[in-house]
Design a protein around this ligand. Structure first.
Ligand code: SF4
Length: 354
């Protein structure tokens, strides 16, 4: 059965493989950047950003020399900014410890920032042809169905069973092709909802298909419920520029944001914002909100009202490494998350849609 799956998948991949910007290369840097971008982000969202990122940072040493600000700016809108910070830190270590060459040893890869079990195996397999199983969410889904692997996806026990299954079908040479074939199959045929089983090249070997149990695999982990978070943000705009503050810690560390605060209710959020603004020498102006925006991040649904604000009399205009004034045009090339762009649209600093 394993041989049949392997041969059918590789034949299908030769015929049907998708033309993606990171395909057809064994350059480990290009493969690494694509894999980092594709973590938590769809192919459709990565496609237009991948070439632009590589144009700006064409190789490991350029990335290692770049400022964190410029790397975050190039990552703006892709989310999960720790990925970009790790990418740059790992590039610096590759330059410092490996003469600028990404190591082909999976253990050496694993020691780099951002290289977990999957990333090390994916780069080693796709770039260097190492015979290492790598299972992203697509591979996990395909193999869970083909081999009816029980257990909740995302758990260590389930992942080990998936990796064992992948190991059984990997060829001894060009293992990366089989890994890429499984990824493609999961993205285009064996999709989470409504998989196209009648067109699948391995349907005759797929136990879930043969037993009519496809919808049971993989077993999903229960999702945490969404939490609604009333949020207030301040737009202090002067001379066509808005005051933004740089986030010091957390996921968005290093990114520029409008001052904001959350609360148990919209009124509580506004009170918390007032206190936050006092620290910055700002105050809320009278009047209705300038606009509103919604944003979801990590199961938190932010309902944001944007209030006008201005500097308090006698306050010296602040501008430092952590406080800056940005025009709409400045935001195009700055390290700003999607939420900042939404608030900029809500207060008129950016046009209604980018
Ligand atoms: Fe997925 Fe269906 Fe193919 Fe099985 S037969 S691998 S469930 S698409």
């Amino acid at each position: 059965m394993e041989t049949s799956i392997r041969n059918s998948l590789l034949a299908w991949f030769r015929r049907e493989k998708r033309q993606l910007p990171w395909r057809g290369t064994t350059d480990p840097y290009r493969i690494w950047v694509s894999e980092v971008m594709l973590q938590q982000t769809t192919v459709a969202a990565v496609r237009p950003r991948y070439d632009a990122f590589l144009e700006r940072f064409p190789d490991v040493s350029t990335l290692a020399d770049a400022s964190e600000d410029s790397v975050l700016a190039a990552w703006s809108g892709l989310g999960y900014y720790a990925r970009a910070r790790n990418l740059r830190r790992a590039a610096q270590i590759v330059v410092r410890d490996h003469e600028g060459r990404i190591p082909d040893d999976p253990l050496a890869l694993r020691s780099l920032p951002g290289f977990g079990e999957y990333m090390s195996a994916a780069v080693a397999s796709l770039a260097f042809g190492s015979r290492l199983p790598a299972a992203d969410a697509n591979v996990d889904r395909v193999l869970s169905r083909v081999f009816v692997i029980r257990g909740r996806t995302g758990t260590r026990a389930h992942r080990l069973r998936v990796l064992e299954a992948a190991d059984r079908i990997l060829p001894s040479r060009r293992a990366g092709d089989l890994t890429a074939a499984l990824m493609d199959l999961g993205q285009t045929v064996c999709t989470p909802r409504a998989p196209r089983c009648p067109e699948c090249p391995i349907r005759t070997s797929c136990v879930a298909y043969r037993t009519g149990t496809v919808s049971r695999y993989p077993e999903k982990k229960a999702k945490e419920p969404f939490v609604d978070v009333p949020t207030a943000a301040a737009a202090a705009v002067s001379g066509g520029r808005a005051l933004l503050v740089r986030r010091e810690a957390g996921w968005l560390s290093g990114m520029w944001e409008f001052p904001s605060a959350a609360g148990a209710s919209p009124a509580a959020a506004r009170r918390a914002l007032r206190a936050r603004l006092a620290e910055l020498g700002l105050g809320l102006d009278r009047g209705a909100p300038l606009g509103s925006a919604n944003h979801t991040i990590a199961r938190r649904r932010l309902a944001i009202r944007v209030f006008p604000a201005s500097e308090r009399r006698g306050t010296k205009r602040r501008s430092s490494a952590d406080v800056g004034w940005f025009s709409g045009a400045d935001l195009e090339n700055a390290a700003v998350p999607t939420l900042t762009r939404k608030i900029a649209r809500a207060c008129g600093l950016l046009p209604a849609r980018d």
